[in-house]
Ligand binder design. Structure first.
Ligand SMILES: Nc1nc2c(ncn2[C@@H]2O[C@H](COP(=O)(O)OP(=O)(O)OP(=O)(O)O)[C@@H](O)[C@H]2O)c(=O)[nH]1
Length: 409
């Protein structure tokens, strides 16, 4: 199957139900933009100004009453755990990537578009400027070089002369580089039913670790899993309470001890509690002090040892939370944690807050650790499994849409 056919299927979803849903979503937008109420039908009486004013007042009152009852209903719906989750369509997830990457797209893509308009023909100068634009988006030197080689080769092979459509080729090559022959690298290593999965979260303070734990717990719960949280960050003031707030919101039990107690002891207790309750997933928070690497290593080693003594092969995931807005600094943090513990995946938070979303590619290429989740906003369902195809769509939405329209279903 060609790259673009596969891409289209991924973005829209390939079940009939998903296709119908997407068409509906599109047609809703069309109806809204076609405001037929402004048209006067043949034979219709033209209303007096007073009549129109009365009607408008009535509409405003109706809208206010509706808003009030919606707010009441929303308040009744808290906590979040009570909300019955509707499975999001493939297209709505794609739109989350598009929205979440809008800052990156606005800067990066507009520069690429500008290049395409200025050059029209693909030549060495064009490649050099493109290289610069990619470097500015934090894609990383090695990845940019690899991409440029692939682009030059493709342009020669297909005898491409025009710069138009180059976004589509860049997208294809970026996915190729990201996936590099591996499939399903974003999947969480969840154990079969009846067995406990232990997920350890690491990362420095302030990157959004606690929020991410809460969002992931919510996600797993809405997939029918029972989840317990372990308040292993006993170091940062307020961390235990913050996790408890998330536990209450999402409806998960939080196993905790007092501030300053031994994190390994908290996690040991939490494993016992999770087993007793027959829980499916235990998510453990840890402290994120980086000032002293030796201490960090010792602490994480101890936590690791305690977990794997209780459950061989556990922890099943060690997820490192990194803040995308810190750019190259995130790479340095990742390197330190990689040396301290066996990181199995990265959760890149606040991708929506940066114009340098190319950092995803740099992380993958430099560290060879898959990005398992990305934070695309502050809402509960804005934590999404990373998906290379949706990511490149987020980068080049407009350019790719033109290309995808050409593809028959
Ligand atoms: N826009 C956006 N904001 C996020 C995202 N993830 C987290 N945040 C926000 O980042 C802020 C910090 O997150 P917290 O989870 O409270 O992080 P923290 O308590 O400072 O530190 P740690 O828990 O140690 O990481 C909060 O306001 C979160 O709502 C994201 O993906 N996008």
């Amino acid at each position: 199957m060609s790259f673009f056919k596969r891409l289209k299927e991924k973005l829209i979803g390939n079940t009939e139900e998903e296709k119908v849903q997407q068409e509906l979503e599109n047609s809703e937008v069309e109806v809204k933009s076609d405001d037929s109420s402004l048209l006067i039908e043949e034979g219709e009486q033209i209303k007096s100004v007073e009549e129109i004013v009365d009607e408008v007042i009535e509409e405003i009152e109706e809208a206010e009453n509706k808003a009030q009852s919606d707010t009441n209903r929303e308040n009744e719906l808290e906590p979040v755990a009570e909300v019955v989750e509707k499975k999001p369509s493939a297209w709505s997830i794609t739109q989350k990537f598009k929205q979440g990457l809008s800052k990156t797209r606005d800067t990066f893509t507009s520069k690429v578009n500008d290049l395409v308009a200025r050059y029209r023909k693909v030549d060495e100068d064009f490649f050099e400027e493109l290289e610069e634009v990619l470097l500015q988006a934090d894609v990383g030197f090695d990845t940019v070089m690899e991409l440029m080689d692939k682009l030059r080769f493709e342009v020669q092979r297909k005898n491409i002369k025009d710069t138009e459509g180059i976004q589509a080729i860049i997208s294809e090559k970026l996915v190729e580089i990201y996936e590099a022959g591996e499939e399903d690298i974003a999947e969480l290593n969840l154990q079969p039913d009846g067995e406990l999965t232990v997920i350890l979260f690491v990362g420095v303070n302030g990157v959004g670790k606690t929020t991410t734990i809460g969002k992931l717990a919510h996600r797993l719960k809405s997939q029918g899993k029972s989840v317990i949280l372990a308040a292993g960050d006993t170091f940062r003031a307020g961390a235990i309470d913050q996790l408890q707030v998330w536990g209450d919101r999402v409806g998960c039990e939080v196993i905790k001890q007092s501030e300053g107690s031994d994190p390994a002891a908290v996690i040991y207790d939490a494993i016992g509690a999770a087993r007793k309750r027959g829980a499916d997933v235990l998510i453990c928070d840890t402290a994120g002090r980086l000032q002293n690497k030796v201490n960090l290593m010792k602490e994480l080693e101890k936590v690791h040892r305690v977990i794997s003594r209780e459950i061989p092969n556990a922890p099943h995931e060690v997820l490192l939370a990194l803040d995308a807005t810190t750019g190259q600094n995130a790479l340095v943090q990742a390197q330190t944690f990689k040396e301290a513990t066996n990181v199995t995946g990265i959760v890149l938070t606040k991708l929506d807050g940066t114009a340098k979303g190319g950092i995803v590619l740099a992380i993958r290429n430099k560290l060879h650790i898959p990005v398992k989740f990305v934070g695309l906003g502050e809402k509960m369902d804005d934590l999404q499994p990373f998906d290379a195809e949706r990511y490149v769509y987020g980068l080049f939405a407009e350019g790719l849409e033109k290309e995808l329209e050409k593809i028959d279903d």
